[in-house]
Ligand binder design. Sequence first.
Ligand code: GAP
Length: 443
Amino acid sequence: MAQIVSLSKRRGFIFQSSEIYGGLNGCWDYGPLGVELLNNIKQAWWQSMTFRDDIEGLDASILMHPKVWEASGHVENFTDPMVDCKECKARFRADQIDESKCGSNAYKGRKASKCRDEGKFTEARQFNLMFKTFIGAVESEDAVVYLRPETAQGIFVNFNNVKDSTRQKLPFGIAQIGKAFRNEINTKNFLYRTREFEQMEMQYFVKQGIDTEKYEYWKQNRLNWWINYGIRKERLQFVPHPQSKLAHYAKDAVDIEFDFPFGWGEIEGIHNRSDFDLSQHVKFSGKKLEYYDDETKERYIPYVIETSAGASRGFMAFLCNAYDEDEAPTALGKVEKRTVLRFHPKLAPIKCAVFPLVNKDGLQEVSHGIKDDLQSSFNVFYDESGAVGRRYRRQDECGTPYCVTVDYDTLKDNTVTIRDRDSMKQERIHKDLIKKYILEKLF
Ligand code: GAP
């Protein structure tokens, strides 16, 4: 994990939020390569959801009417039990600590030493994870609004709007990508548990009775999505929630877990939410959220199958899955260790790098021409500094699947070498074929 965190900073994937002020716990910034990777993940998800007839897209606002969160159960139930160490004042989730020892580094001004307090914790108190703020100029109780802790509720409250404006028939889904905020008591493991993160959620509305069939369908569909974008099968597992531990809204639930360097962790949840959410919003808003079936003349509140993936956790899973170390030949006939990110080409932040072999005799001009042409179709990086071997190593660390080198033969016959990141094999192809060669691998 330490190597991945260090590579992320060195190559511009992830930076600490507000780093020059010492950082802000549980918040991270996506750097130039990070934002490309994140956008590619979100785009791959968005296409898989909305490039089909039965799913519509939505982008609801982050701030919503406070009654939404009463109806959803978040005001009452979205809590974690919290305890404080009486000695050093560090705060923990009561269900996640070894009760016998504090062991935190939270001594004020004595960061290096650990608290040796032997379990003198306060009684557990319930702590609501929603961030509160105020709408308008007056900071009073009636002006309280919450930063949404999940995107799902924006979909439920827009059920009628989407159904009526698109004339979709059941079953149909609504997909959304967006930020969510949780005031987690303990943030941990890099991007795994953060206070600000992004979700990719889809709610699929179905008639009660076919909910179990659709739940099974979405379980498989979502597992395949992660595999299709390169996550190795053996690093993924389903973990069903036992009936006794189901969330207040769920009839059935399963997590898709990824094998992170620190152990297995959830990256997506698939839930059968029954008609809980729509029924709650009917109760609290007084509005009807129903479906009328023209054929059977029935009117009912649909059940919901939810797929809820973390874009930020997914980012981390793709990063950990891609990280590899192997050996590469050097120009002197030796081998050296190389670090490589083996991203699926479609997710890779940069698709191709272009290098002139030397910086003279017109090779730079030809390389620039190739780069400009490729850049109209995908993200390209131009590099003329250092030995070609070094340039390859840098691109391997960025996860760039193809590198093109322009040399003296290019001036004679218009061919270039194209080098594959994973096999390190080089082929000679005509420069006019580079775009086609790469696009074929991307789609
Ligand atoms: N609408 C259902 C829902 O929000 P969840 O299991 O609480 O379900 C879904 O969250 C996904 O959101 C998780 O699988 C995870 O990928 C991501 N997620 C949840 N809390 C997170 C956090 N604090 N930091 C990063 N990602 C988080």
